[in-house]
Ligand binder design. Structure first.
Ligand code: ATP
Length: 315
């Protein structure tokens, strides 16, 4: 795998042929959720982490805008104007004042509504692929600005790595740490959870005495990231949405327990769920935890992944 470009100054201006972009999914190592703001968003303090479960988007020249797909969610996910890929292509074309003409094909591995930001990942991949196909020449920052209008996680998925997200998640700053690879095991659920519904459930739970509505920052986790010890990182993983996801899907408690029983260092619901993500000590340990978790039969499938990974990249 070669990365066609990294920093913006290396970015080629235009591709004549098909442009293939690989984009990672994300987990949140820390997801602090503040009270509901007047604009309908919750204030977030989150640590994003891009992992090696990828979608792949190919953009070819065409006379109209079309989308086809294979893999996770094929036959289920609408391919019309509601799809974030189509919305991203149209937003880019409008900003670049070019016709939104492309044949797009998605190979999807990121489960739908899984708390792994698959839709935002696809939007990020589309912005990059179409920018190169159409020669609109936007910088990664400009693409992130267009992406923020489509979904809070899109800017992060253009950048990748491990990063602090503030605002409603759209404002991203990289976290510089010594290079360390973390090993994860993902328990993929049958059926998704709607992100807005999980936030509504959190607001409902917060009307009672618990859980608190205070926005916790990620300082402890950021210190732990620098120590490069799985047990130290594991102790600081936190997700304010977890009680809400568990309230809507109580069976997730069994998945978390099965992960710990399988020897995981730590486990947490990923974002709004229902995917559960477990930290392993190393690659071999991840395989072992994955095998035991599969044996437990508490979820649809189990995959291992590494992080951090770069954001959307041309392959
Ligand atoms: P997040 O964590 O960003 O809230 P998620 O991982 O829980 O998201 P996604 O798979 O990103 O969930 O998508 C949520 C919903 O967005 C889907 O149920 C679907 O209706 C809609 N959607 C639109 N376009 C896409 C796409 N290309 N891929 C996935 N979902 C899409």
């Amino acid at each position: 795998m070669t990365e066609a470009w990294g920093p913006d100054d290396d970015k080629p201006r235009r591709f004549a042929g098909p442009v293939k972009v690989r984009v990672p999914s994300k987990i949140n190592l820390h997801l602090g959720v503040g009270p509901l703001r007047e604009d309908g968003y919750h204030e977030l303090n989150t640590v994003y982490h891009a992992i090696s479960l990828f979608d792949e988007l190919t953009a070819r020249r065409g006379d109209t805008l079309t989308l086809t797909m294979e893999g996770e969610g094929a036959g289920e996910l609408a391919l019309d104007d509601s799809n974030l890929i189509i919305r991203a292509a149209r937003a880019l074309a409008a900003r670049g004042r070019v016709p939104a003409h492309a044949r797009l094909h998605l190979r999807k591995s990121i489960p739908l509504a899984g708390g792994l930001a698959g839709g935002s990942a696809d939007a990020a991949a589309t912005l990059l692929a179409c920018d190169l196909l159409w020669g609109t020449g936007f910088s990664r920052e400009e693409l992130a600005e267009i992406g923020a209008e489509l979904g809070s996680d899109v800017p992060f998925l253009l950048h990748g790595g491990t990063a602090l997200g503030t605002g409603h998640g759209e404002s991203v700053s990289p976290i510089l740490a010594r290079p360390t690879t973390w090993h994860w095991v993902l328990a993929i659920a049958d059926g998704g959870l709607s992100t807005p519904e999980v936030y509504r459930e959190l607001d409902r739970l917060r009307e009672g005495p618990w859980p608190p509505a205070a926005l916790e920052n990620a300082d402890e986790l950021m210190t732990a990231l620098r120590q490069r010890k799985p047990e130290v990182l594991g102790a600081t993983l936190a997700n304010d949405l977890q009680p809400a996801a568990l309230s809507l899907r109580p069976a997730l408690a069994d998945v978390l327990k099965a992960g710990y029983d399988a020897g995981a260092v730590a486990g947490i619901v990923s974002g709004s769920g229902p995917t559960c993500v477990f930290l392993a000590a190393d690659g071999a340990h991840a395989e072992q935890v994955a095998a035991e978790l599969t044996e437990a039969g508490v979820c649809r499938s189990v995959v291992t992944a590494r992080g951090p990974m770069p954001g959307a990249r041309v392959t």
